[in-house]
Design a protein around this ligand. Structure first.
Ligand code: AMP
Ligand code: MG
Length: 399
């Protein structure tokens, strides 16, 4: 049971034995789970180990929910046609920085340690310019309003406090210690269009993702396949903690459910998720993979890690992502989403079937793309990926 890398030759040799389930789980979350329990102390009970990271998860959920509230208020204004043009980049700038400042503030207030490491997408460089003064004032106002709204925090932060909060996100991460990982708005293009986006926050411990939350303000609670005239509730908060499963609740904390990936075993019955933006992931390549697998359903295109959330609750069965050659994936684009999926029973690997390694700093160092599905589907998906990558070597022009 020592194998932790699910390489393609390995898959070819060992599937369809039921060892797939064991090996894949060991390669991802269970490996971390083992380490986590070892660290806590082998003499303790599983009840004790289930308490690991419990407080951190509550803090992460609170931070993501507050940041989601800020983003929602900005998007609401943005989408009023008479108020602002969608081509104006300032709303997304305000929401991006504001979301990062809110999460950073909540972590600082709630964590028992005064020094923590945060690896986040934004820094305050541009905001410190004279020309950005008005933007900074707007962000400051928004952050204060958001933090004070439900009476949890009585604060009146100054612009300088906002800059400091944002710059807490400059950590480089790495293989040792704990690092929070944040994408304050994942899927900014979706945010601007009024579509899907996510606030993604995760915690790394000794290089492994141990918890993650995805705040998805526009995602329907009842699944992505609901009709266009959906009148149900939207606003999902996915959360997962190592070894404890994945959960979904409404962003306001009501309506909770444990989630699980799709149990579909026949690729022909599976539907797949990919980026809305073709510039982020080759639609041609995923279409070729889907065809090879016999997938009948059309692609489900969603911005951001909301895709991982939708996959985790079985709205679709396969996740495919193939950026152009040379693109370096950032850890904040996958840390939270990957643990939500693995804790929901799924597998997340690169295109070669290797687990994602979050211990290398701000970037993921991976082979070609990212693939996810349940353990039963994964071998067929990886085979199709490899076959299409080989066949499309020239025509897609990615390799
Ligand atoms: P998605 O909506 O799933 O396509 O992912 C959104 C994320 O893609 C953003 O947060 C960016 O970090 C990332 N991104 C930006 N440019 C590219 C690119 N050229 N290729 C792949 N991903 C990108
Ligand atoms: Mg992102």
């Amino acid at each position: 049971m020592g194998t932790i890398s699910a390489s393609l030759p390995y898959l070819a040799r060992n599937f369809p034995a039921r060892r797939d389930l064991v090996r894949f789980r060991l390669s991802n979350s269970s490996l971390s789970s083992v380490r986590c329990r070892r660290r806590i102390g082998s003499s303790r009970t599983s009840a004790t180990s289930s308490m690991a990271y419990e407080r951190e998860l509550e803090i992460a959920k609170k931070a993501a929910a507050l940041a989601a509230r800020l983003c929602k208020s900005v998007q609401k204004v943005l989408l009023q046609p008479d108020v602002q043009s969608k081509s104006d980049q300032s709303p997304v700038t305000v929401a991006d920085y504001g979301s990062q400042a809110v999460v950073s503030f909540v972590l600082e207030k709630e964590l028992s340690t005064s020094s923590f490491s945060l690896v986040a997408e934004e820094d305050s460089g541009d905001l410190r310019k004279d020309s950005a003064r008005e933007t900074l004032n707007r962000i400051t106002e928004l952050v204060n309003d958001t933090l004070s709204e439900d009476g949890t925090y009585r604060v009146s932060l100054k612009p300088e406090d906002i800059l400091v909060a944002i710059d807490r996100g400059k950590s480089e991460g790495g293989p040792s210690g704990q690092h929070w990982v944040l994408d304050p708005i994942d899927g900014t293009k979706g945010f601007l269009r009024g579509d899907q986006y996510a606030i993604a926050l995760a915690l790394l411990d000794e290089g492994n993702v141990v918890l993650g939350v995805l705040g998805c303000p526009n995602l329907p609670f009842d699944g992505v396949n609901v009709q266009d005239n959906y009148s149900g509730e939207s606003g999902c908060l996915f959360s997962a903690k190592i070894g404890e499963g994945a959960y979904l609740e409404l962003l306001d904390g009501s309506k909770q459910a444990k989630v699980h990936v799709s149990a579909v075993e026949d690729p022909a019955e599976a539907s797949f998720f990919e980026s809305f933006e073709a510039a982020h992931s080759s639609h041609d390549l995923s279409s070729s993979i889907a065809k090879r697998l016999g997938v009948k359903a059309p692609p489900v295109r969603i911005d951001s890690q909301a895709k991982y959330g939708a996959l985790a609750r079985g709205d679709g069965a396969i996740y495919l992502r193939f950026p152009r050659k040379g693109y370096r994936e950032k850890i904040w684009d996958h840390a939270a989403g990957s643990i939500v999926v693995t804790e929901a029973g799924g597998v997340v690997t690169d295109a070669a079937g290797k687990p994602l390694d979050f211990s290398k700093g701000r970037y993921l160092d991976l082979d070609t793309g990212i693939v996810s599905a349940n353990p039963k589907l994964m071998p067929a998906v990886l085979h199709a990926v490899q076959a299409s990558l080989t066949e499309n070597f020239d025509s897609v022009g990615r390799l």
